[in-house]
Design a protein around this ligand. Structure first.
Ligand SMILES: [Zn+2]
Length: 299
């Protein structure tokens, strides 16, 4: 790594190392990859102050996608003047987050505020809309972006020097014993496009991989192999299980059992398992797999 990249721990729900924001200093302040949720803005500020910066130094925010744990605070930062980079399909929802908030409220109910905080709109003039694969530069620093669906249709990964910021399409991999969880939420989890995205990442040249959940890992190619194996394992589990278990609650239980067994084999302790469930809840994972099955495979 040539440039300095800082990993900010947003201490989501008081649990360390589950949601990261990455900060890259440049001449005029800071570039962030992911804003984190609105609820962790105070934690983001604390992290920046420790590094000798403040929220006012945040000039650019690169979002991998617009889910609340990645993009919730983007509107607030934009209203302080930051430029927000996002996939073209996600952009309209940042300008007007009404539908995004409504669908999240259907899932989280009255826990919405305490979990995620406020999701403010991003003003049009602060939006930097990205299409397909390409690159852009900020004050001479070059960022490549790859259109990488699978977790969500509107997902970008960013490559800066030899680091890939992989959002959620790179999987959830937390500090601790080697393990990777595939984040498969509804409504856009899609096995085929995820597989193509992994292939695309494998041919892009980088050494380090930094999933938002959590940290910069040095073994990018091994990580991508583990990701591919995990995607295959989820697909096999789905093909073996779904034809017999069409009922949602039973499927959720069965999926959790399967995933806990994988955690045990990997040697995760209770705290590790809890952190993984905070970064990617298993019930939601099962719902996404069921939705994919019904949409593409059931017939
Ligand atoms: Zn996420």
């Amino acid at each position: 790594m040539l440039a300095k990249i800082f990993t900010l721990d947003l201490n989501f729900q008081g649990i360390p190392q589950t949601i990261a924001s990455y900060a890259i200093p440049f001449d005029q302040g800071l570039i962030l990859v992911e804003s984190g949720p609105g609820s962790t803005l105070p934690e983001l500020e604390r992290g920046l102050v420790k590094l000798g910066f403040s929220l006012a130094d945040v000039k650019h925010v690169l979002l991998t996608h617009i889910h609340l744990d990645h993009a919730g605070a983007a509107g607030w930062l934009a209203q302080q003047g930051a430029q927000i980079y996002v996939h073209e399909v996600g952009a309209p929802h940042l300008r007007d987050p009404k539908r995004l908030i409504e669908s999240a409220t259907r899932i989280y109910g009255d826990r919405m505020g305490s979990l995620w905080g406020e999701f403010l709109p991003v003003p049009f003039k602060n939006l930097h809309v990205l299409k397909g694969d390409g690159e852009f530069s900020i004050d001479g620093l070059v960022f490549r972006h790859l259109d990488t669906p699978g977790h969500a249709y509107h997902h970008m990964v960013y490559i800066f020097e030899d680091v890939c910021f992989s959002g959620d399409v790179g999987g959830v991999r937390l500090p601790g014993p080697p393990f990777l969880r595939l984040p498969t939420p509804p409504p856009e989890f899609d096995i085929e496009s995820w597989r193509s995205s992994i292939a695309k990442m494998k041919t892009a040249d980088f050494k380090h991989i930094a999933p938002t959940h959590f940290g910069i890992f040095e073994d990018a190619q091994q990580h991508l192999s583990l990701l591919e194996d995990t995607l295959n394992a989820v697909e096999q589990w789905m093909e073996a299980t779904l034809p017999q278990v069409p009922e949602r609650e039973a499927l959720r239980e069965s999926f959790a059992e399967w995933e806990y067994a994988r955690c045990a084999v990997a040697g995760l302790d209770e705290a590790n398992v809890h952190a993984y469930s905070l970064a990617m809840p298993l019930g939601m994972g099962a719902d996404g797999i069921l939705r994919y099955w019904n949409k593409f495979r059931a017939a």
